[in-house]
Design a protein around this ligand. Structure first.
Ligand code: VGL
Ligand code: ZN
Length: 225
């Protein structure tokens, strides 16, 4: 599904049982970072605006942070002879190997300084198990190990989650799908997201799959003022 074919919701009133999930807005996913997403920094301003609107309505803002140990098996550098982008698929890793990124405690793992962290209620870290990747903010790639996000949202009585951030076709996509299967009403914000598009065409496949799963779409103009 192409961007121009997306139908956006209108007249959404933000309420206190809503949450905004801001995915992986870290330096390594920004231009110049280790695993750069094209124009990843261009969505920061729009995300800050929506986050402030959520904060003003007493909705919750939750950030995710990709947070890998140096020996993480998703890194090509931990597989002798392999390069970033090489195909590699197991239950816990793949479909490709990545450059070293978001290593715990490094600059690349930090949130972009322009992102307004002050409005965030919680930060969920993921990908800290060296043997399992975690694209989704809810579940590691083994589809069993929980990050704790679903429990946090449930205990806060959240019913509806809005998702934005990086990368559209990986961490945003899997967070949206898992959010739906945990029983949340999920709304994705494509204008506040940018994708990696590996393999080529992956962004449009991800948007289509979200639509098929009953995920709705919103942009900055979808909200009641
Ligand atoms: C991500 C690949 C590897 C993401 C994280 O944030 O979308 N993608 N780690
Ligand atoms: Zn990662």
């Amino acid at each position: 599904m192409e961007f121009k074919e997306i139908k956006f919701e209108t007249d959404i009133g933000i309420i206190s049982t809503d949450a905004l999930l801001v995915v992986d807005m870290q330096y390594d996913f920004m231009p110049g970072g280790a695993l750069p997403v094209e124009a990843g920094d261009e969505i920061i301003k729009g995300i800050n605006e929506v986050a402030q609107a959520f904060f003003n309505k007493k909705a919750k803002i939750i950030l995710t942070q990709d947070w890998h140990p140096k020996n993480h098996l998703s890194f090509a550098s931990n597989h002798p002879g392999k390069n970033p982008g090489d195909k590699y698929q197991t239950e816990a890793i793949g479909p490709v190997l990545w450059p070293d990124h978001c290593v715990q405690g490094t600059h690349g793992a930090n949130f972009h300084e322009d992102l307004n962290l002050d409005v965030a209620h919680a930060i969920i870290r993921k990908g800290y198990n060296p043997n399992i990747d975690s694209y989704s903010g809810f579940l590691e790639n083994d589809k069993k190990s929980e990050t704790g996000l679903a429990g946090l949202l449930k205990s806060l009585r959240i019913k509806r989650i809005f998702i934005c951030g990086l990368a559209l076709d990986y961490c945003c996509y899997f967070s949206a799908i898992d959010g739906k299967s945990f029983g949340f009403n999920v709304i994705f914000m494509p204008n506040l997201s940018k994708g990696i598009d590996i393999p080529s065409g992956n962004i449009s496949i991800s948007l289509e799959a979200m639509k098929k799963q009953g995920i709705k779409f919103a942009n900055n103009n979808s909200f009641k003022s």
